[in-house]
Design a protein around this ligand. Structure first.
Ligand SMILES: CCCCCCCCCCCCCCCCCCCC(=O)SCCNC(=O)CCNC(=O)[C@H](O)C(C)(C)COP(=O)(O)OP(=O)(O)OC[C@H]1O[C@@H](n2cnc3c(N)ncnc32)[C@H](O)[C@@H]1OP(=O)(O)O
Ligand SMILES: NC(=O)C1=CN([C@@H]2O[C@H](COP(=O)(O)OP(=O)(O)OC[C@H]3O[C@@H](n4cnc5c(N)ncnc54)[C@H](OP(=O)(O)O)[C@@H]3O)[C@@H](O)[C@H]2O)C=CC1
Length: 518
């Protein structure tokens, strides 16, 4: 049987979402570990004044591609950008490009989606469901298509506690919803969104569930695999440990904690923190593409790509590990931290609210006051408001527990040759969490914030300055409390003198006894 790299040799691959976090890692891995691959057609839209060619060329210059660049400086020649806006009819692909794709594509990886938790329903539906439908229609026309791999999310069915590797009945028939929303204005859609999404926390998980249903409807005509990753984090091993390029999910939380901004967050200590490294997801995705094309399973296979059932890690351990996160950020501080890193997790709503007041809002207020007094524009409260909005959207996922069955992941591993198991490793039993979290934190510094590791001494100096500011502030606070409350009351003064004289006596006794022993 052909190995995975042998299978992809000579194949033309179509990828949507190639400029995104997971798409980039998929492109890199295919080019590096399947050097025989014939062409990667990537559907890209122009954005922020940049043409799609410019965007793809910039993407391939980034650090992620350093290893493949070293191994094959001409790697970029295999990447063929195709102009496409997925929210447009026909995906806005030109007729010439469409003919080319129909004639030569062998495997499709559909990664594109809006992953925002606050996306208006109409747009989320347009991109996550209707675009998927259109891509499936295009795929059905492809003469040589061997597999269609759809990236979903493990949280598509987060209204259930136990999630099997099956496609559950959709909350509503997608076609009916598409037809209904077509004539409604944005205000009307906004009003009915909470009723529609029901127990799901956002339009993202809701539309991803509908997309799975749309994919299933084509499963008798195409060879389909659905990958459901949980919370995708920095890479574990490849191409570099800790590679990450965005603020999504835990990354933004780690950065905010490292900057000393985030001091408290709500999470259930006993719940599984189902993080999955991005390289694991991509290795599984490529292996699933191979398996689907070679073995042609009779029904669409769903792969729950999760860690909880195999190598569980709990939010409470991140709490402990939180100290590990904190010590990593103290040893490798982020530049221009607001305060020294010191974040804690609590499952108690009231305790969390108390710390938000004391450790978030009060310092933000003081800092903004300082900025105002020194003639600068205050901005700290705004930053905290945004942080609170982001965290309130994430807390749904950190406060609850889900159980995913991942038998298909184990089944797939069983079909790989020993060589493929190494090259396309998705065996998360080998994952060492503390080491992973440490690399993740350093990765956010190096790759998200683009901070130079050589500037660490200056960043440490800044942390020392912050510590001195804190000591000075605490001393001033004590003096203030003394002046306002204690100095005005005879009884408080007596207690104070009693405590001071006790300390003095203790010190004198200690000094005298140490002189005697000498
Ligand atoms: C040590 C102890 C610490 C405690 C550790 C505890 C860890 C707990 C972690 C809990 C994590 C739980 C994660 C659950 C995730 C479930 C995932 C489900 C899986 C999936 O399928 S999808 C992937 C997940 N999707 C997301 O994460 C998207 C969520 N984000 C959003 O929906 C929006 O970004 C949000 C939050 C609504 C904010 O929108 P908005 O205010 O409009 O801001 P923008 O997104 O447009 O960003 C503007 C600008 O700011 C940058 N940015 C974004 N976030 C941060 C941040 N946290 N810190 C700093 N900067 C941030 C962003 O990059 C933009 O910059 P530009 O330069 O591009 O303008
Ligand atoms: N990140 C995570 O934690 C998880 C992600 N997933 C799933 O993995 C997949 C990839 O996620 P991720 O890489 O993190 O997401 P990103 O947001 O990083 O990437 C999204 C990609 O989709 C493209 N895209 C968005 N809108 C359009 C459009 N209108 N036309 C053309 N392309 C568009 C983006 O292109 P552009 O650069 O032009 O914006 C980008 O390439 C998604 O399907 C997501 O649901 C599942 C579980 C967890």
């Amino acid at each position: 049987m052909a190995s995975i790299a042998d299978y992809y040799a000579g194949k033309s691959v179509l990828i949507t979402g190639a400029t995104g976090f997971m798409g980039k890692v998929l492109v890199e891995k295919l080019l590096r570990c399947c050097p025989g691959v014939s062409a990667l057609y990537v559907l890209v839209r122009p954005k922020a004044g940049q043409s799609m060619q410019q965007r793809v060329s910039d993407m391939m210059k980034c650090k992620l591609f350093d290893r493949v660049r070293e191994e094959d400086p001409d790697f970029h020649k295999k990447v063929v950008p195709i102009s496409s806006e997925l929210t447009q009819p026909g995906l806005a692909i030109s007729p010439q490009d469409e003919s080319k794709l129909v004639a030569c594509v062998n495997i499709v990886f559909h990664c594109a989606a809006t992953i925002r938790f606050d996306e208006p329903l109409k747009h989320a539906l347009q991109l996550n469901v209707i675009a998927t439908q259109q891509l499936l229609s295009l795929a059905k026309q492809m003469h040589n298509l061997e597999a269609f791999v759809h990236i979903s999310t493990a949280y598509a069915n987060c209204n259930r506690r136990h999630i099997d590797e099956v496609i559950y009945p959709p909350p509503v028939e997608p076609k009916k919803l598409i037809d209904s929303l077509e004539w409604m204005d944005d205000g009307m859609v906004r009003d009915i969104t909470p009723r529609l999404i029901g127990e799901r926390p956002n339009t993202y998980t809701y539309t991803k569930a509908l997309a799975e249903c749309v994919v299933q409807q084509e499963s008798d005509k195409l060879n389909i695999a659905i990958i459901r990753p949980s919370i995708v984090g920095a890479s574990w091993q490849e191409p570099f440990p800790g590679w990450i390029d965005n603020f999504n999910g835990p990354s933004g939380v780690f950065i905010a904690a490292g900057k000393g901004i985030l001091r408290t967050m709500r999470a259930n200590n006993d719940a599984v923190a189902d993080l999955i490294p991005v390289d694991v997801v991509i290795n599984l995705t490529l292996a699933a593409g191979w398996y689907t094309a070679v073995h042609r399973p009779k029904t669409a296979l769903v792969y729950n790509c999760t860690t909880g059932g195999i190598n569980p890690f709990h939010w409470g351990e991140i709490g402990e590990c939180g100290y590990h996160v904190m010590s990593t950020f103290k040893r490798n501080p982020l530049e221009q931290a607001f305060r020294r890193p010191n974040a804690n997790i609590t499952s108690n709503y009231l305790i969390n609210q108390y710390w938000i007041l004391v450790s978030h809002k009060f310092p933000a207020l003081l800092y903004d006051l300082y900025l105002r007094l020194s003639g600068q524009k205050p901005h700290m409260m705004r930053i905290f408001n945004r942080l609170h909005k982001a965290i309130s959207l994430l807390e749904y996922f950190s406060s609850q527990d889900w159980e995913w069955n991942s038998d298909n992941m184990s089944m797939l591993m069983g079909h790989l040759s020993p060589e493929d198991r190494k090259t396309f490793n998705f065996d998360v039993r080998q994952l060492n969490w503390p080491e992973y979290i440490e690399n993740y934190c350093i990765g956010t510094k190096k790759y998200v914030l683009n901070e130079d590791m050589s500037d660490i001494p200056a960043a440490r100096q800044h942390l020392r300055k912050l510590r001195n500011i804190r000591y000075t502030f605490n001393t001033l606070l004590l003096v203030f409390i003394w002046r306002v409350f204690i100095a005005r009351s005879q009884m408080a003064r007596n207690i104070w003198y009693f405590v001071v004289s006790l300390c003095f006596k203790f010190l004198s006794y200690f000094r005298a006894s140490s002189t005697l022993t000498n």
